[in-house]
Design a protein around this ligand. Sequence first.
Ligand code: FEO
Length: 397
Amino acid sequence: MIAREIKPGVWSLSAIDWERKLFDELVPLPEGTSYNAYLVRGSEKTALIDSVHPKMADDLLAALRKLGVTQLDYIVSNHAEPDHSGAIPALLAAYPQAKVLANVKCRSLLKGSFDLPAETLTLIQDKQRLSLGDRTLQFLWVPWVHWPDTTITYLEEERIAFTCDFLGAHLATSDLYADDEARVERAALTYYAEIMMCYRPNVVKALQRLQELPLDLIAPSHGPVHARPEFILDLYRRWSGDATRAQVVIPYLSMYESTAKMVAYLVDRLMEKGLSVQPYNVVDLDSGRYASSLVEASTLVFASPAVLDGPHPAMASAAFLTNALRPKARFAAIIGSYGWGPTMPETLRAMLPLLNADWLAPVNIGGAPKADTYAALDRLAEEIAQANAEGAASDVE
Ligand code: FEO
């Protein structure tokens, strides 16, 4: 780890995890990730904002020693998840006089994960200001982006918002700043989809709180620092807003090619109508790519064969993920094929109670597709095209 100064007396201490392939045993990390702590040296006090993953605690301590930090007064915990708070016990062992600042929810979660001495934990309130001498920190509560405890710490004099997970990206890079905006946008989109999308109303509220602040830098705890804050703020406004794109995402799988033939036919008809279409085979689903495509899609079509009286378990898993992510799609449909039991659509739909979409009539057939199947798919394609055209006034072009 190297310390890099982002403003006078403000240092990025980024633990770059080049090797990590998976987060939470769930989220693919095709480009690794980083855990960023930030050091703020005031004329009287020194504060560390967030820490790093516990496996990289020694790197953080070595970087602090190299910077000559002999006294650490505050450790601000914006968020208790261990990838940002897991090095706090090691920090307290090295700097036993430091106070850990956390809001009431964060304090409770920290207590659940770590055996921290009670006297070290100090509560912070929303909008509370803390003087470091010639520097002032302000704490803004922004709960549920993505845990209930989240705080943004704002350094007033340097106009830096330390946003922890919010506005971050899983990206291992030597770039200190988000200069490669195309690359950062891809990583930030996937991160938003997986972590933030299900809390869209809270994302909007958090953006409104940031809008009140003059900003030179946004310094998240994953990925590079934003020296052009409007870049990431504009993306988040678009992703979290109500507008959708005329895009159809089709999670599917097939056992005897019947559902696959239906999907191929529907994809062609939708493309003929000028819609953007993205099918995903859910048997080996890349959940990061799939989640990213849900961020602005207007329409979801679930395509599954029946297993017993419900969807194939791989589709049930995709439906569980979709329901948990709560995409803003406005239209949804189910298509598929069964051997002997026709109840798959009802069972699958019941797995998606949080998908707040208008459901179009399913196309569910016994056995292989025939002329009447293709006619029904023609009607579904027309319905999807019409629904999207009617909603186009508020769609993103
Ligand atoms: Fe990066 Fe919610 O922790």
